[in-house]
Design a protein. Structure first.
Length: 83
């Protein structure tokens, strides 16, 4: 899967919902003046490898994308009476 095809998809569907796919930008200062470096980011994490497995695609990223379902799961693990 190319970076262009991933970007054109608009997002990745997970159990917790859609995660945005954007173009990767490098350089610049405080988000200004950066140049696109030709790769894609998924939820802010840079895609390092994409592999087709059966009818699906596995994307390896360099960070944690944490969709909203993770925070709902973590709230369930909270110890009763703690804040």
């Amino acid at each position: 899967v190319s970076a262009e095809a991933l970007f054109n998809s608009g997002g990745v569907v997970t159990i917790g919902g859609d995660v945005l796919v954007e173009r990767s930008v490098s350089g610049g200062f405080m988000g200004i003046g950066g140049k696109e470096d030709g790769s894609s980011t998924v939820g802010g994490a840079k895609v390092t490898l994409s592999e087709e497995v059966g009818s699906g695609i596995i994307h390896e990223v360099d960070g944690f994308i944490s969709p909203n379902i993770l925070w709902r799961f973590m709230d369930q693990l909270r110890i009763p009476g703690s804040s």
